[in-house]
Write a protein that binds this ligand. Structure first.
Ligand SMILES: *Cc1c(COP(=O)(O)O)cnc(C)c1O
Length: 387
């Protein structure tokens, strides 16, 4: 493991765990966070060195990532994802889309799974399993196959067809389940004890979070270490939101960025909004959302093991959790596509939420805002020629 990693820590109880051991959740059943000797990193590295790096992707932030060194990288050609300036569509707001659809396997799940698979390889694991709404399974399949590992993927049977097929084609043992992502999670859990799989479910191992953290590092670098005012993030398990928040704290501790951090807006679907409900009640934890439905599949997550971490970031940043309607999301997707900006439904959900936030005054004039397009729009059903 990276020499700067000191230990891991339970995100709920702060109990410490040793590095260099295979870990999943803490004893409290909550996510483990990788802790670094930030003082040592600050002494040895300047933030400017990252912009000069010849490494085209997020691997340039190696001192702040868990892998031991360059040799552990399993690459499919990761790149720093572009910011698309769409401010001309907004009279008074500066709006940028962080286009994560440019990553290998067409979604930001590549960040987390590239890291988790690299760490699994360092630990000598050979069979990884995952419950997924689509993109995580595809990313696992690709990186695991590339690393010479087996992968088993469980997804709800109404997962977008392309996700199912790309996952199978890239070598995963792929199963369709008559249920939701948490039902798939239960099957993976059983396989863990039965077949010795390693479970790479969202936040149930510590390293996918470190991969997603790179979105925060990238944003800081791309905005010349002065972060934007607000970030709109489509929130399922919340790995990306939690990861960015972790990155902001780490960079702040090293003096690379200053406060205030961006306001974090967690966007969900009105048909599956456990985080929004908890936020509206001022709660620390979220309850299981019964009978969830959400057309943006990536955010159809009725229960999240990192719920309190998502909420903490939203509360601390003075952000909000907001829910949007499926049919309006698709309208927004279609409307933006006509402007040459084709987002995935989850990305369109953030654009719609921004419209609401501007209308109700949450986003002030001349603020700088990031929308997350988490996957390429090409993976999703489109209107037919006659529509
Ligand atoms: C996984 C996924 C999300 C949710 O990301 P989390 O960080 O797990 O909350 C959103 N959109 C798409 C397209 C996804 O694949």
């Amino acid at each position: 493991m990276n020499k700067y990693v000191t230990h891991l820590e339970c995100s709920l109880t702060q109990k410490q765990y040793p590095k260099d051991t295979v870990l999943e959740l803490s004893e409290a059943g909550r996510p483990l966070l990788v802790k670094y000797d930030l003082e040592a990193i600050e002494k040895a590295h300047k933030k400017e060195e990252f912009s000069q790096s010849l490494e085209p992707g997020f691997w340039r932030y190696l001192p702040l990532l868990p892998i031991t060194n360059q040799a552990s990288i399993i690459s499919l050609g990761e790149s720093i994802t572009p910011l698309i300036d769409i401010s001309q569509l907004y009279p008074e707001t500066e709006v940028f889309i962080k286009d994560e659809g440019r990553l290998p396997t067409g979604s930001f799940k590549a960040r987390g799974l590239a890291m988790a698979v690299a760490m699994a390889k360092e630990f000598g694991l050979n069979h990884l399993a995952i419950p997924t709404n689509g993109n995580a399974g595809a990313a696992l399949a690709a990186y695991a196959s590339r690393a010479g590992m087996k992968s088993s993927v469980y997804c709800p049977k109404d997962t977008p067809q392309i996700n199912i097929l790309e996952t199978k084609l890239q070598g995963a043992d792929t199963h369709l389940i008559d249920g939701l992502i948490n039902d798939c999670g239960k099957i993976v859990l059983e396989g863990k004890t039965k077949y010795g799989w390693f479970d790479v479910s969202t936040l149930k191992e510590p390293y996918r979070l470190e991969g997603k953290k790179t979105m925060g590092l990238e944003l800081a670098e791309q905005f010349n270490w002065e972060l934007p005012d607000a970030i709109f993030y489509p929130t399922g398990g919340g790995t990306g939101l939690i990861g960015m928040w972790k990155a902001f704290h780490e960079m702040h501790a090293m003096g690379w960025i200053s406060k205030p951090f961006p306001r974090m807006y967690a966007i969900q679907s009105t048909g599956c909004a456990p985080i929004v409900k908890a936020f509206n009640h001022g709660n620390k934890f979220a309850e299981l959302w019964e009978k969830p439905s959400s057309l943006p599949w990536g955010i159809r997550v009725p229960v999240a093991v990192g719920d309190f971490l998502i909420l903490e970031a939203v509360y601390e940043s003075n952000g909000k959790a907001m829910a949007v309607e499926d049919h309006e999301v698709i309208q927004k997707r279609n409307e933006l596509a006509k402007q040459g900006i084709m987002l995935c439904p989850e990305g369109a959900a953030t654009a719609l939420a921004l419209d609401h936030a501007i209308a109700n005054g949450d986003v002030a004039k001349h603020e700088k805002v990031i929308l997350f397009n988490c996957a390429t729009g090409l993976k999703y059903p489109m209107p037919s020629l006659s529509e």
